[in-house]
Design a protein around this ligand. Structure first.
Ligand SMILES: *[C@@H]1O[C@H](CO)[C@@H](O)[C@H](O)[C@H]1NC(C)=O
Ligand SMILES: *[C@@H]1O[C@H](CO)[C@@H](O)[C@H](O)[C@H]1NC(C)=O
Ligand SMILES: *[C@@H]1O[C@H](CO)[C@@H](O)[C@H](O)[C@H]1NC(C)=O
Ligand SMILES: *[C@@H]1O[C@H](CO)[C@@H](O)[C@H](O)[C@H]1NC(C)=O
Ligand SMILES: *[C@@H]1O[C@H](CO)[C@@H](O)[C@H](O)[C@H]1NC(C)=O
Ligand SMILES: *[C@@H]1O[C@H](CO)[C@@H](O)[C@H](O)[C@H]1NC(C)=O
Ligand SMILES: *[C@@H]1O[C@H](CO)[C@@H](O)[C@H](O)[C@H]1NC(C)=O
Ligand SMILES: *[C@@H]1O[C@H](CO)[C@@H](O)[C@H](O)[C@H]1NC(C)=O
Ligand SMILES: *[C@@H]1O[C@H](CO)[C@@H](O)[C@H](O)[C@H]1NC(C)=O
Ligand SMILES: *[C@@H]1O[C@H](CO)[C@@H](O)[C@H](O)[C@H]1NC(C)=O
Ligand SMILES: *[C@@H]1O[C@H](CO)[C@@H](O)[C@H](O)[C@H]1NC(C)=O
Ligand SMILES: CC(=O)N[C@H]1CO[C@H](CO)[C@@H](O)[C@@H]1O
Length: 447
């Protein structure tokens, strides 16, 4: 009886599960380069592979530590802690990327499921109840060729629609020739109504409403003020395809094609459109690519579609913007400036309000093309689109970049999750270095 009592007692003792890191003691593991007007500071390190992040309504930053669970980082200013404190919210080694909060629920993704917990931001806890499974059998009935990680977006209810949970899925392999069809269950984005009774073991993945197909790996997802879903897509690795159409000179692991993509879906007019994979990709560097230009579509599996079909928007939806090959964009967020009541402004330059911010995880090959970075996309908030044309290679600028690119993907910052706080600061997780850092506009002291 005694050990059990001790366990129960310990569970209510914050000190057992909380850990403070004073800000003054923290430095980047590998100093990144910061563009002028931007500062960067590590707020916590030694995390286990930090991926997706989400602020709750009490300004706790929830972080998925892949292979560990969900933790909360809370800013303290006490005699014992002048920095952020980490506390464990859910310990579950299956959780590895996606996280969302909506209507009092915390949603977290594992390889094959999405779970939901009732979440209380004041106690920073999910209580003792078991999670509800919202989605199961991600990847459907079509074998095991699906990626480990899934991004989650909570779509709030409207006058006419209930709330939805939007979920993405990529393939694990390069060569899934079925992935352009909704029935393949991979390389697509689906959504699940949260009002309807949730089946006992969750919705089957294949029962979700199809939002987009042929999105190879749509990891970065966010909804803009016009109810458009923006998708930062990780494109194919051409070196693993061998179609004769691809110039031989490009077929090396460090090639600079195809572009990674920024795509969009109008959530007020969901058609389940096709976005190219595994047939069409987009040119980044036209050097050695015949008369193609940046942003133009080409077929890389002639067995499925040809260039003409790939270039027809009725067949293949073109991207809105292109990113450097192998940039590996993992998150996108829009900057809304100061969003809290009665909070000070300590955030990014207010002239950037409305712009898009994207994390680049960078190439996983060495030497790398595709830099680990945080970039800013100038945005036209009236047309709800990037300022630059899809044909542009300068549609975004670097704010933070790994300092020594020849060392990447080894000793380098590798940005993953992005979150703005109410004061306009941008928080960035880096899984490879176990860090969360914060970016501000040349601000002198920490607030
Ligand atoms: C943080 O700094 C305070 C004041 O210097 C000190 O008492 C405390 O031990 C430090 N905490 C940690 C976790 O280093
Ligand atoms: C995968 O899906 C395609 C159709 O989308 C089907 O033809 C094929 O048989 C499926 N493969 C498996 C292993 O179930
Ligand atoms: C997930 O997909 C990426 C490509 O987007 C690939 O590089 C990676 O190997 C995949 N991982 C798993 C575990 O399937
Ligand atoms: C919905 O999308 C389809 C296909 O892109 C398009 O033809 C149609 O005009 C759109 N409808 C509205 C109301 O925007
Ligand atoms: C490239 O040029 C050839 C010959 O002029 C033409 O047939 C082809 O359509 C062009 N391709 C593109 C993508 O413009
Ligand atoms: C491309 O494919 C379409 C549809 O199959 C076909 O009508 C067209 O002739 C093809 N174009 C070329 C240049 O092969
Ligand atoms: C704003 O915050 C300050 C300091 O926390 C507090 O003293 C003040 O009452 C607050 N004002 C309003 C309008 O909430
Ligand atoms: C992008 O620029 C090209 C060339 O200037 C132009 O033909 C095309 O219409 C532009 N696309 C958009 C979406 O503005
Ligand atoms: C980062 O800054 C250092 C020092 O100025 C410079 O040598 C290096 O080339 C920069 N790295 C990048 C990726 O710009
Ligand atoms: C950059 O990384 C490479 C490869 O690890 C290393 O050889 C080189 O010394 C590093 N450069 C600097 C300035 O640290
Ligand atoms: C922390 O608290 C001390 C004492 O109340 C105060 O002087 C200091 O400004 C606070 N620091 C921050 C960053 O809020
Ligand atoms: C991915 C791909 O296109 N693989 C092809 C490579 O070439 C061989 C031989 O032509 C084909 O059998 C593969 O399908």
């Amino acid at each position: 009886m005694l050990p059990l009592l001790l366990l129960v007692f310990a569970a209510h003792f914050d000190a057992v599960f909380s850990q403070c890191q004073n800000l003054s003691s923290l430095e980047f593991a590998y100093a990144p380069n910061l563009s002028s007007g931007v500062t960067g500071q590590v707020i916590f390190n030694n995390l286990v592979h930090p991926r997706g992040m989400k602020f709750d309504d009490a300004s706790n930053l929830l972080v998925v530590e892949a292979g560990f669970g969900v933790v909360a980082l809370t800013l303290k200013n006490t005699s014992h802690c002048q920095g952020w404190e980490r506390s464990v919210v859910v310990q579950n080694s299956g959780y590895n990327h996606g996280i969302e909060i909506g209507n009092g629920m915390l949603y977290v993704s594992a390889r094959g499921t999405v779970d939901a917990y009732k979440y209380d931001s004041r106690s920073i806890s999910v209580g003792s109840s078991n999670p509800t499974t919202i989605v199961n059998e991600l990847g459907g009935w079509n074998g095991t060729d699906y990626n480990n990680t899934h991004t989650l977006v909570y779509q709030p209810p409207s006058d006419t629609d209930p709330a939805f949970l939007i979920v993405s899925i990529g393939p694990a392999s390069e060569g899934n020739l079925y992935a352009g069809q909704a029935s393949s269950g991979v390389s697509q984005i689906r959504r699940f109504a949260l009002n309807a009774p949730i089946p006992t073991f969750g919705h089957n993945w294949m029962d979700g409403e199809v939002i987009a197909v042929g999105v190879r790996n749509g990891v970065g997802l966010t909804i803009d003020s016009g109810n458009n879903l923006w998708i930062a897509e990780n494109s194919v690795d051409l070196s693993l395809w061998n179609d004769t159409h691809i110039p031989v000179s490009l077929a090396s692991p460090i090639n600079n094609n195809p572009a990674d993509e920024l795509n969009v879906v109008d959530l007020d007019n969901i058609t389940g459109g096709f976005y190219g994979y595994p047939s069409c990709a987009t040119v980044w560097d036209p050097t050695g690519f015949g008369n193609f230009t940046t942003g133009e579509q080409f077929a890389f599996t002639y067995t499925l579609l040809n260039d003409t079909s790939c270039q027809s928007p009725d067949i293949n939806t073109p991207p809105m913007l292109t990113f450097q090959a192998h940039a590996s964009p993992l998150d996108i967020k829009f900057y809304n400036g100061v969003t809290g009541n009665n909070v000070s402004f300590v955030g990014l330059n207010l002239s950037w309000v409305g712009n898009g911010f994207v994390s680049f995880h960078g190439s996983s090959s060495t030497p790398s093309i595709g830099d680990p970075a945080l970039v800013k996309i100038p945005w036209n908030t009236s047309t709800h689109a990037p300022v630059a044309n899809v044909t542009s290679q300068t549609g975004y600028t670097y704010l933070i970049q790994a300092g020594n690119l020849t060392a990447c993907p080894g000793p380098c910052i590798r940005p993953v999750g992005l979150q703005f706080d109410m004061e306009g600061r941008l928080f960035v997780s880096s899984d490879a270095t176990g860090e969360v850092c914060v970016s501000r506009f040349s601000w002198k002291s920490f607030g």
